[in-house]
Design a protein around this ligand. Structure first.
Ligand code: DNO
Length: 357
């Protein structure tokens, strides 16, 4: 079990808080001030890893090393940015990193229309309203950045959002096929390095799992994932299977995906969503009964494959007023409840297995 932490002075939660959550052994980290394409200095990596380890955690997973848009668009400058990416992979390997999570979504990372939608229990959570998404992407970006307050929002960096018109222009000729070809080009260069230094790449699915603002989205269903894994058929070319990203499309059968891709899943993001009849969805507690993701079945599927990868609670609701100080989706309480709920399920699956053998 791991926990995503955004670093000193960039998170409302401290490593000392996280130590008190039973079962959490690793910190999922990144250098969050780095824009895609920037060099990661070895000194910075070293000190972050040392800080995390000094509190008794492993620092095996980095989420994310972001991919520069020029690589996704396929511009001539991509080779330079791929060189920088490779340099980062090598440096991270040197400090013991085992898995790098990244995504290949054009322009935006995850998208929600409301960061603080009130739920019937009085808490609030990230919400996606289908009709609200037809608005101008610039309005959406402004809303997300305002909602994030003082915190950085990965995928919504103000520097990039300031150039949205140019970015959208540059993506005009990029359809699903072109984006897939560009992903293949990227993977063909980085995966041999990953094999050499033993770092597994774990792509994050598109969130939500459908195209938005006319931009292509290529990691959003079982067929897309099969296609992706075949682009470079190596165990180092793997997945972050995120139940909350794939889950809003009710046709995505999550346990079936786990059975099909078990040996290529290196990182499991567990999150629950409640999908409404009109296609809107809300993020809810991790408890299976509270939404459409059957978290028990998901964990059972991993357990059946004796999953040895990393797992983390993903977004939580904001509880007990913590939205005043926490990062949207990344408060302390609901993620701690989620971690505990999952640890409880895993413990009982372990016990049942032991009793049966
Ligand atoms: C959402 C996260 C994503 C994820 C990136 C990976 O909270 O799961 O932002 O970190 O897509 O690059």
């Amino acid at each position: 079990m791991t926990w995503r932490w955004y670093g000193d002075n960039n998170d409302s939660i401290t490593l000392d808080h996280i130590r008190q959550i039973p079962g959490v052994e690793g910190i999922v980290w990144s250098l969050h001030d780095k824009l895609a394409g920037e060099i990661w200095e070895e000194e910075r990596i070293k000190s972050e890893v040392e800080l995390i380890k000094s509190k008794g955690f492993n620092a095996d997973v980095v989420e994310s090393v972001n991919v520069h848009d020029d690589i996704k668009i396929g511009l001539a400058s991509r080779d330079h940015y791929i060189d920088v990416y490779i340099d980062t992979i090598r440096k991270l390997a040197k400090y013991g990193v085992k898995v790098i999570c990244y995504n290949f979504m054009p322009v935006f990372d995850w998208t929600r229309t409301d960061l603080y939608r009130q739920l019937p229990d009085g808490s609030n959570a990230l919400f996606y309203e289908k009709d609200a998404i037809v608005t101008d992407p610039k309005e959406m970006a402004a809303k997300i950045l305002k909602g994030a307050g003082k915190f950085t929002m990965p995928g919504w960096e103000p520097e990039r959002m300031a150039k949205l018109d140019e970015l959208f222009d540059a993506y005009k000729t990029v359809d699903d096929q072109v984006l897939t070809d560009n992903l293949k080009y990227f993977l063909e260069r980085i995966i041999p390095v990953c094999e050499e230094v033993d770092v597994k790449m774990a792509i994050h699915p598109d969130d939500p799992p459908w195209p938005i603002f006319g931009l292509p989205r290529i990691i959003r269903s079982k067929d897309h994932i099969v296609n992706f894994l075949n682009l470079v058929d190596s165990p180092y070319n793997g997945l972050t299977l995120c139940t909350g990203s794939l889950g809003p499309n009710l046709k995505n059968d999550l346990p079936d995906m786990i059975h099909s891709f078990a040996d290529r899943i290196h990182f499991a993001h567990i999150r629950n969503v409640k999908v409404y009849d009109n296609g809107d969805f809300s993020e809810v507690s991790h408890r299976g009964k509270d939404g459409n993701v059957d978290v028990y079945e998901v964990l059972k599927a991993y357990h059946q494959h004796d999953f040895k990868g990393y797992i983390r609670p993903d977004h939580g609701r904001h509880l007990w007023g913590e939205e005043k100080e926490c990062r949207p989706g990344y408060g302390l309480y609901d993620r701690a409840l989620g971690a505990m709920y999952m640890t409880g399920i895993i413990d009982s699956l372990d016990k049942r297995k032991a009793e049966q053998s």
